[in-house]
Write a protein that binds this ligand. Structure first.
Ligand code: T46
Length: 141
């Protein structure tokens, strides 16, 4: 069970199976086109987040779909569909958030040892980013 209630459009909760057996550690599995609702073309991770007051993200994508996880520690994920905004505490290694196109997102308030893992439907393409908030709001109208 998870306690996240999403209120913004273009978002969703992705829950991965977690195997905990009588050995040490957790084994967490992500399958493309199953829990991850697209073909995965790119995986990236963000670590060494040593400045808890920094803010990453601050953009939306035109087409790229992503699922973001916090696989260690915690951070606050800000979501904004142009009408509704919400903040989601990311602190479960097997519960991610689907970031659909046209969803403004921010990542902040990183704990010590926080590691973000992201699956993306496309290769990196700067022209897919909307990095100006006024442009984003205009495009959502
Ligand atoms: C996102 C959030 C969740 C690349 O060259 N290739 C890549 O695949 C990525 C992801 C980034 N870059 C370059 C582009 C910038 O010059 O790395 C630099 C930092 O990227 P950015 O400022 O977009 O990083 P974040 O942490 O703000 O955002 C990242 C992803 O870029 C973005 O797509 O949705 O994580």
């Amino acid at each position: 069970m998870n306690s996240i209630e999403l209120k913004v459009n273009h978002s969703g909760i992705v829950t991965l199976a977690k195997i905990q057996d009588d050995r040490d550690g957790n084994l967490i599995i992500a399958n493309a086109l199953k829990e991850i609702p697209f073909e995965i073309k790119r995986v990236y991770y963000i670590n060494q987040l040593e400045n808890s007051v920094s803010i990453r993200g601050k953009h939306a994508h035109k087409k790229c779909e992503q699922v973001i996880f916090c696989i260690s520690g915690s951070f606050l994920l800000g979501l904004d569909d142009g009408k509704v905004q919400q903040k989601v505490l990311m602190n479960k290694d097997n519960i991610g958030i689907y970031l659909g196109p046209m969803l403004w997102h921010t990542m902040e308030d990183f704990s010590a040892g926080c590691v973000l893992l992201v699956f993306a439907s496309d290769y990196y393409d700067e022209s897919d980013y909307i990095r100006n908030y006024e442009d984003f709001i205009r495009l959502t109208k």
